[in-house]
Design a protein around this ligand. Structure first.
Ligand SMILES: [Fe+2]
Length: 273
């Protein structure tokens, strides 16, 4: 009797794993209807970047450190529009909590297609893709359409929201780069929030990567250990997070691994979605 029950449980588990793999491979081939509409959605949205002349310095810094900061990245009207979009979407935030690793809210890539088209338009703009490609010295592209963390908005808005030390996992074939733009970074009293992006130096020491409002940080997250220290009560820190890849291809095995990682941000739903 025990033998047959065990066989039945194992059989059900095998079927579930097969169904999971089939669903994921189908998602890799067939885009959601909203993704197919992206070109139409983005028409007329032209995010503005401030003119800058520090490209040669940034390029050289990235070559040495795999991390650069660019202050005052967006023009004033674009920053204002992005901030408004972030505030309007507060009710749609999905909160995630993984003990000892992270706590915070996220707006997924798919939700951006529905409700934050201005922020989304920056991720797909030729100007942005060219700017990142020039700094990192290799052509980059948006991550896969099935990837809910390809472009997302991160909200550190409740006391203790943070993410602990990690390197960014890369499930794609090529290199991967992370861009963070600080849209809102304020404390209750009007100064900056208590939260900081931090990195580990090659010598093992830790340092703050200062990022005020409208500052951009571009880094190769697979090489650099980094974290975001906790916000205090009343702090609001909202980040536009974008990942760029040199190769958008991903194997089914790594797609399943990527989904497992994304449960920390969007819950168990992303395993199947
Ligand atoms: Fe990260």
């Amino acid at each position: 009797m025990v033998f047959w029950v065990s066989c039945a449980i194992i059989g059900v588990l095998v079927l579930l794993i097969i169904a999971w793999g089939w669903r994921a491979s189908w998602r890799l081939r067939v885009n959601r209807s909203i993704i197919l509409e992206r070109e139409r959605l983005l028409q007329g949205h032209n995010p503005g970047l401030r003119p800058r002349e520090d490209q040669p310095v940034l390029l050289e810094t990235f070559r040495k450190d795999y991390l650069i900061r660019a202050e005052g990245f967006l023009d004033d009207s674009t920053l204002k529009t992005f901030r408004q979009e972030c505030s309007d979407n507060m009710p749609r935030i999905v909160r995630g909590f993984v003990p000892t690793h992270k706590q915070g809210g996220t707006l997924s890539y798919e939700t951006l297609h529905h409700h934050a088209v201005n922020c989304l338009s920056l991720y797909h703009s030729e100007r942005m893709l060219n700017w990142v490609s020039d700094i990192v010295g290799v052509r980059v592209y948006p991550a896969g359409d099935h990837d809910q963390s390809a472009c997302s908005i991160l909200y550190y808005t409740q006391e203790g929201d943070y993410i602990n030390w990690h390197v960014d996992p890369n499930f794609y074939h090529g290199r991967q780069f992370t861009v963070l733009i600080v849209l809102i970074n304020r404390s209750e009293n009007g100064g900056l929030s208590a939260s900081n992006l931090m990195r580990k130096r090659p010598d093992g020491g830790e340092e703050v990567v200062f990022a005020g409002e409208n500052d951009l940080v571009l880094f190769e997250g697979t090489r650099i250990w980094h974290k975001v220290s906790p916000v205090k009560a009343g702090d609001v820190r909202v980040i536009l997070s974008m990942t760029f890849n040199t190769d958008r291809k991903i194997s089914l095995f790594w797609e399943l691994a990527r989904r497992a990682k994304d449960t920390a941000f969007y819950g168990l739903r992303v395993l199947w979605d």
